[in-house]
Design a protein around this ligand. Structure first.
Ligand code: C2E
Ligand code: MG
Ligand code: MG
Ligand code: MG
Length: 277
C-alpha cells in the first residue's frame, strides 16, 4: 500500500473500508443471478455420537461457486446477504435442496439420518416462516425428525421476545431446534431456561479463545451439566483434536462435529461414505 507523507492513519483505515465496500459490491453484483445460475450447493458435515463414534446425522452448509468470483466462503457472503435480506432466498434454496435429498434417500430405501439446516436471524422475522417450513416439509413428505433447524445464539440477544416466540412456534410444528454457536456471543445462561430448544451446539472457538486452563474446561463442564438438567442434548462443533475429544467425553458431551472426524463434503461423497452407496 502506498503511503504518501501527508497520509494519516485515518486514510489507511479509509482504504481498508474502500476495499471492504468493493468486495461487498462484487458479492451483491454476483448475487442477483446466482440462484438462477445454480451457483449455490450444499455440503454436508457429519455429526457423531461420542459414545461409539457412529454417525448420527449431518449439517447442511451452503457453498457458493460464483461464475464471476469463483469460490466465496459463507463467512464472507452470509453477513452481506443478511444486510440486504437476500439470505432468506438462499436459505429457502438450501432448505429445499436438503428436503430434495432427504426425499431421494427415503425413496432409495437408505438408512436416512437427520440433516440440520441453518436459519438466519433475518429469516426469523417473517411471520410466515413456520407455515413456509411446514409446507416445504409436507411437499417432500419428510417426517419431522429428519429436518432440524439451527438458530444462532446471537439471534436471541438481538430481539429475545420475537426469536424465543418464533422458536416455540417452530418447535410446536415438530422441528428439532439446535442453538448454534453457543458460547460465542453474550447471551446469558439464565436465558436458556426461557428458550425451548432440543440441542445445545457448543462453539469450540469458545474453548480456544479462553485458555486451555482448568478454568475454561470447568465452564464447559458446568454448561454441559446445566444443559442436561434442562433436558437438552449437547453437541460440540469445531472439534479438531484428540485432546478435545477426550475432554468432551469426560464431561459427558453427547455428540461432536468437526474436522477431527470429517470436513463438510459434497453430497455424493456423503452418500458413498455414510448412506451405503
Ligand atoms: P456454523 O453454522 O456454525 O457452521 C460451522 C462452520 O464451522 C462451518 O463453516 C464449518 O465448515 C466449520 N467447521 C466445521 N468443523 C470445523 C473445525 O473442526 N474447525 C474449524 N475451524 N471449522 C470447522 P462454513 O461452512 O464456512 O460456514 C460458516 C458459517 O456461515 C456457518 O457457521 C453459518 O453461520 C453460516 N452458514 C453456512 N451455511 C449457511 C446457510 O445455508 N444459511 C445460513 N443462513 N448461514 C449459513
Ligand atoms: Mg450451523
Ligand atoms: Mg455453529
Ligand atoms: Mg461456529
Amino acid at each position: 500500500k502506498a503511503k504518501g507523507n501527508f497520509k494519516t492513519p485515518y486514510c489507511e483505515y479509509d482504504e481498508d473500508m474502500r476495499q471492504q465496500v468493493l468486495k461487498e459490491q462484487k458479492i451483491i453484483n454476483a448475487m442477483e443471478m446466482a440462484i438462477e445460475n445454480k451457483e449455490f450447493a450444499i455440503y454436508l458435515q457429519p455429526k457423531y455420537r461420542l459414545e461409539d463414534e457412529t454417525i448420527v446425522g449431518a449439517e447442511a452448509l451452503v457453498r457458493w461457486n460464483s461464475r464471476d468470483n469463483g469460490f466465496i466462503s459463507p463467512g464472507d457472503f452470509i453477513p452481506v446477504f443478511e444486510n440486504n435480506g437476500f439470505v432468506y432466498e438462499v436459505d429457502k434454496f438450501i432448505w429445499e435442496e436438503t428436503c430434495r435429498y432427504l426425499r431421494k434417500w427415503l425413496d432409495e430405501g437408505r438408512a436416512v439420518k437427520p440433516v440440520s439446516v441453518n436459519v438466519s436471524r433475518i429469516d426469523l422475522y417473517d411471520p410466515k416462516l413456520v407455515d413456509y417450513l411446514v409446507a416445504l416439509r409436507g411437499r417432500y413428505g419428510i417426517p419431522a425428525r429428519y429436518l432440524e433447524l439451527e438458530i444462532t445464539e446471537s439471534a436471541y440477544t438481538e430481539d429475545p421476545e420475537q426469536i424465543i416466540s418464533m422458536t416455540k412456534h417452530l418447535r410446536d410444528a415438530g422441528f428439532v431446534i439446535l442453538m448454534d454457536d453457543f458460547g460465542s456471543g453474550y447471551s446469558s445462561l439464565n436465558m436458556l431456561k426461557d428458550i425451548q430448544i432440543d440441542i445445545l451446539k457448543l462453539d469450540m472457538g469458545f474453548l480456544k479463545s479462553s485458555d486451555h486452563s482448568a478454568k475454561g474446561g470447568n465452564i464447559l463442564a458446568a454448561i454441559m451439566q446445566m444443559a442436561h438438567s434442562l433436558k437438552m442434548q449437547t453437541i460440540a462443533e469445531g472439534v479438531e483434536t484428540k485432546e478435545q475429544v477426550e475432554f468432551l467425553k469426560k464431561i459427558g458431551c453427547q455428540c461432536v462435529q468437526g474436522f477431527y472426524f470429517a470436513k463438510p463434503m459434497a453430497v455424493q461423497d456423503y452418500e458413498k461414505l455414510f448412506l451405503g452407496d
